[in-house]
Design a protein. Structure first.
Length: 539
């Protein structure tokens, strides 16, 4: 309910906050926020792990999205509650910075908030809970770093296993995992650039193009740019090797005047003369292109039919209305400069390409440009339908992010929930060294970590009570730290033997962000939301 908050000064009421402000305080706020977190956590739980379920999302205009990606689900769910939006930002942040850990981070934060509310109801102050969670987070991260193993980036088999472990959750198609991992590794290694002692990955150098039809085995990595346009005129060459390339962003069409103007013509000859002059003005713009012996022209703007005919007679392959991003990537790949003025067309501003060819995939035609400099790459993905291609795209992006993470920090943890069980055990041991209410926060933190493993076990179709008991028994042994859940064989195994690994950098990131989010939400005791003032009806 929208209410003003009055105060008394000298017997006169003073309104501090406007009437259109909704205010909630105290335990009501925490309970409400925890309920939102719980709903989001329940929404995401069934999508965790390689055997997680997918969600069918229907947009406002009826568009369908089938996915198990945490960031996609939350982004498309149109969440309105302020706390819900914090979860969306957490997922987007994880996806942007490390490319993975979105679902795990969201569920873990939701579990911490739920456990924190229970402690608050028992009389523990929210600040104490938040401090306890922060200390437990440090214990968890330190133990994870002790548990981590450093890998050699030149070890192709191990690198492939790590990438496969990560992208396994992006697609339910087991037969596609190997091919997607190979594509992701090739792409990542292609764009890896060493500067002094660090590697940098410029993902803007990669474009992913999806074409329905064929199978994933028909996908390919192209050292160059794939432009989703076709050659403009049927008489133009469709394949050229060792081509000189020009990139222009000016129009090759007859422009309409921006202001109203009238021309009085008193004969058909005068009309033909005016139109002829207009054509000559446009044709004069391509004189430099022809003189420079350009063989391929990419134009960001439109190209008139009569200009295309002229270029076709000169043997110039022309592609019009090319996206600006593709023009820039073509510039990187061919070494050409983007020309904005017809008078600037000079040999020094042109580029070179080993091969330019128009290729047809299904009903669509594309132009493949293999530049002389391998600075731009394109991934062509083939699949049976749009949803399958979307899952392949997410898998490739996640795989590239995984390789980038390993170049940044080449340490990995045992996957399948093994590291979570081991870290939860470390937090539980550290609880005994704490005093007072902090112990309760440590206990809640350890249960939340173990809760993630329980969800993975349950989503794999296993008996969670029996299998979690097995995992606990294994992890209390000296050599049991690497036992986790293999979602494909649906068994508790030593994950090192089946090649299940998680990058330490990803684990580190979602543990930190989830803990910070939970601590922030638990410390909120007052919400004030401005609403639109009610409109008075006028008679």
């Amino acid at each position: 309910m929208a209410v003003a908050i009055p105060a008394q000064i000298g017997g006169q009421p003073v309104f501090i906050i406007k009437e259109n402000v909704v205010r909630r305080t105290g335990e009501e706020v925490l309970t409400n926020n925890a309920m939102v977190a719980d709903v989001i956590g329940e929404l995401m739980k069934t999508s965790l792990g390689p055997a997680g379920m997918k969600k069918l999302l229907i947009g406002t205009v009826g568009d369908l999205t089938i996915t198990k990606s945490g960031v996609t689900i939350l982004s498309e769910a149109n969440i309105e509650h302020p706390v819900g939006k914090l979860f969306v930002e957490l997922a987007k942040s994880a996806d942007k910075n490390v490319g993975d850990g979105t679902t795990s981070g969201v569920i873990f934060a939701a579990e911490l908030i739920k456990s924190g509310l229970e402690l608050v109801k028992q009389g523990v102050h929210p600040s104490v809970v938040a401090v306890g969670f922060g200390k437990a987070s440090n214990i968890a991260l330190n133990d994870a770093r002790t548990l981590a193993t450093r890998i050699r980036l030149q070890d192709d088999a191990l690198l492939r296993n790590v990438v496969k472990s990560v992208i396994m959750t992006s697609t339910g198609d087991d037969t596609a995992i190997d091919l997607l991992a190979d594509i992701a590794i090739k792409v990542a290694r292609s764009i890896a650039e060493k500067r002094e002692t660090k590697y940098f990955f410029d993902t803007d150098r990669i474009s992913i193009i999806k074409k329905v039809g064929g199978t994933l085995s028909d996908s390919k990595l192209i050292e160059g740019v794939l432009v989703e346009k076709e050659v403009q005129h049927p008489n133009m060459p469709k394949s050229i090797r060792d081509a000189r390339v020009a990139l222009v962003d000016f129009s090759l069409e007859i422009k309409k005047t921006e202001i109203s103007a009238e021309i009085e013509l008193n004969s058909p000859e005068a009309l033909r003369r005016v139109k002829g002059d207009e054509r000559e003005i446009v044709l004069s713009k391509i004189a430099g292109i022809i003189e420079s012996q350009v063989k391929v022209l990419f134009c960001q703007k439109g190209v008139a039919d009569f200009v295309a005919q002229k270029l076709a007679r000169e043997g110039v392959m022309t592609v019009s209305r090319v996206k600006r991003s593709d023009i820039e990537r073509l510039a990187s790949s061919t070494g050409a400069l983007i020309i904005s003025d017809p008078d600037d067309i000079q040999p020094s501003r042109l580029g070179n390409a080993r091969r330019v060819e128009e290729v047809q995939y299904g009903k669509d035609k594309v132009v493949i440009v293999e530049g002389e400099r391998p600075l731009a790459f394109s991934v062509l993905l083939r699949g049976s339908d749009d949803d399958t291609l979307d899952s392949y795209e997410r898998a490739v992006k996640r795989g590239v992010s995984t390789v980038a993470n390993l170049y940044e920090d080449p340490r990995v943890l045992p996957g399948g929930g093994a590291c979570m069980m081991e870290v939860a055990k470390a937090v539980e041991r550290a609880r005994l060294k704490e005093r007072g209410e902090i112990q309760l926060a440590f206990e809640a933190y350890a249960k939340a970590l173990e809760g993630l493993v329980t969800i993975i076990v349950n989503n794999s179709g296993l008996n969670k009570l029996r299998e979690i008991a097995k995992l606990r028994t294994r992890h209390h042994g000296k050599t049991g730290f690497a036992f986790g859940v293999d979602g494909r064989s649906k068994a508790i195994v030593d994950v090192r033997k089946v090649g299940l690994y998680d990058p330490l950098r990803v684990f580190d990131y979602w543990i930190k962000t989830a803990t910070d989010l939970a601590s922030t939400v638990l410390r909120v005791d007052d919400i004030m939301m401005a609403t639109k003032p009610s409109e008075k009806k006028t008679e």
